[in-house]
Design a protein around this ligand. Structure first.
Ligand code: MG
Length: 221
């Protein structure tokens, strides 16, 4: 079982969306919080360049990328610490009860959240079964992070299930050939996650736990 982190294990996306949209605006690049959700999972430079192309008609320079990303990180760090996502602990527990290996696949390199994993989800994650922003070159929506997750776990795509919340994360997982459950924990329409290739879309992580326990949908339990 391969789990994404932001918007799946931590309710961190509102902070990311706020920080991205406000940091971009400081540099004359208009980005709504809603659009930040559409870009979730992309590398920082990838997101910045999409806006730079739109408003400046060119890619941002290395220096601009550094300054914008630093502004985003600075804003993000002033925001209250993201809370664990409701239902995530139940989903991880259900996965463990099924005897599944638990792998983290995130594009994030936020040391704080990675450290918090152990505090909030003790005993579920192991360093050698984590793919983070420090490991990947291309990042989501490229299949690279999920392919790396399979490799670390020593399992085939057909033996795995991904839990994602973002369209680009779903695209990455499906590109790696993995069955993908989308927990729609943000403001995007379900159809965006379905169009990205999600096999199942559910409203939240508690529903993922119910799926693992074969209690979903509740009316058919
Ligand atoms: Mg996510």
């Amino acid at each position: 079982m391969l789990f994404d982190m932001d918007g799946v294990l931590f309710d961190s996306m509102p902070n990311h969306a706020y920080a991205w949209s406000h940091a971009m605006t400081q540099f004359g690049l208009e980005m709504t919080a809603y659009e930040a959700y559409l870009h979730e999972g992309r590398t920082g430079s990838g997101t910045i360049n999409i806006l730079a192309q739109r408003y400046w008609g060119r890619d941002a320079t290395e220096e601009e990328i550094e300054r914008i990303y630093a502004a985003k990180a600075e804003l993000f760090n002033t925001l209250p610490e993201p809370k664990p996502m409701p239902g995530a602990l139940e989903a991880l527990t259900a996965a463990k009860e099924l005897g599944c290996m638990i792998v983290l696949v995130t594009g994030s390199g936020q040391v704080k959240l990675l450290e918090n994993l152990e505090a909030h989800y003790p005993g579920f994650f192991r360093q050698e079964l984590m793919v983070t922003g420090f490991d990947v070159k291309r990042g989501k929506p490229d299949p690279e992070p999920y392919l790396m997750g399979l490799e670390k776990a020593g399992i085939k795509a057909t033996e795995a299930i991904v839990v994602e919340n973002a369209p680009l994360g779903v695209e990455s997982a499906k590109g790696a050939g993995i069955f993908t459950i989308a927990a729609n924990t943000g403001p995007l329409e379900d159809s965006i996650l379905k169009d990205a290739g999600a096999d199942i879309v559910v409203p939240g992580m508690m529903d993922v736990a119910r799926l693992f326990r074969k209690q979903y949908p509740a009316s058919e339990a």
